[in-house]
Design a binder for this molecule. Structure first.
Ligand SMILES: Nc1ncnc2c1ncn2[C@@H]1O[C@H](COP(=O)(O)OP(=O)(O)O)[C@@H](O)[C@H]1O
Ligand SMILES: [Mg+2]
Length: 293
């Protein structure tokens, strides 16, 4: 009963009604010796289809436009969205690297300054054992000095890959849309992170908002609910407008930043890239582009 009542309070808070905070829970700290030398971001969502892959690919292009090198890892393994969005056909995928293929051999460069470890259509990864994970992560760490940013496009939901990469110190970027399902599932994801003891301040991106006001309202519901009920400081990072150019760009297999560079969606993504740069201090400042992966 008590559990039900507290769940109801959380729900009400998400919809902008008053609710009282429960007791704080203790947080764990995580660490690992293998530290990458570029910031690693895990792009996550509770609900699927909220725009993670498009955001990831276009953020990478926004950084690349400023001659910063970016590594994109498509960790929605088995679903090849990143390579489709870039219209590229990589030979090797994440599952190959988990199985022992060298990271250097597996990377492709679909655009100048953008390197990709592909997800691979149908190349599913059911479970990642410790040894496979070490192979992948040590590969990321090894190549990381070449990049200003590492962006990891994750599968939706709370899953073992997200847990592993967050434990490794990747910073979560949670993507939601203003839809109640996306907000509620986004909150559930934050709750999962809290329950797992990640002492992080996730960044929040609201995609497909009709206006700045709608994006801010969506963000504040989540920020407030996370603060009250999870004692978690969620940071509103930015928003991207609902924009038909995104779907058109997907059909054309040219990311919206290049397909419709002056579009509202492209502007929102560039603004988010600027925000990230300011927040992180320019990513890996010195890693200018040029050489092959
Ligand atoms: N800002 C946006 N405006 C309009 N449609 C969008 C926007 N962002 C994403 N979409 C649509 O949502 C679909 C799903 O996006 P995708 O990036 O594949 O989501 P996810 O990776 O979260 O599953 C895209 O194919 C596109 O048609
Ligand atoms: Mg995706």
């Amino acid at each position: 009963m008590a559990d039900q009542a507290s769940r109801l309070r959380e729900q009400m808070s998400l919809w902008g009604r008053s609710a009282r905070a429960p007791e704080a829970q203790p947080a764990d700290q995580t660490s690992d010796a293998l530290l990458p030398s570029a910031p690693v971001f895990a792009i996550l969502s509770g609900k699927g289809g909220v725009g993670k892959s498009n955001l990831c690919v276009n953020l990478a292009l926004a950084f690349a436009e400023e001659v910063m090198r970016v590594l994109v890892i498509d960790a929605d393994a088995g679903f090849a969205d990143v390579e489709i969005l870039f219209d590229s056909t990589p030979l090797w995928t994440l599952s190959d690297v988990l199985a022992g293929t060298a990271m250097d051999d597996a990377l492709v460069a679909p655009r100048p300054n953008v390197h990709v470890l592909a997800g691979g259509s149908g190349r599913f990864v059911d479970e990642i054992d410790d040894e496979s994970w070490r192979r992948l992560w040590s590969g990321v760490v090894r190549v990381s000095p070449r990049y200003a940013w590492v962006l990891v496009d994750c599968a939706p939901g709370a899953h073992a890959f997200a847990e592993r990469i967050l434990r490794q110190g990747a910073h979560p970027i949670c993507v939601v849309t203003p839809e109640p399902t996306a907000i509620t599932d986004g909150y559930a994801l934050l709750k999962w992170m809290r329950a797992k003891g990640f002492g992080v301040q996730p960044w929040l991106v609201v995609n497909r908002a009709k206006s700045r006001a709608e994006a801010e309202d969506t963000a504040m519901r989540l920020v407030d609910a996370a603060s009250k009920f999870l004692q978690m400081a969620v940071v509103y990072a930015g928003w991207v407008q609902e924009d038909p150019n995104v779907a058109m760009s997907v059909m054309a297999r040219i990311p919206v930043l290049q397909h419709a560079p002056a579009s509202a969606a492209a502007a929102g993504i560039r603004e988010l890239a600027r925000w990230m740069k300011e927040r992180v201090g320019g990513g890996g400042r010195d890693r200018k582009g040029g050489a092959a992966p």
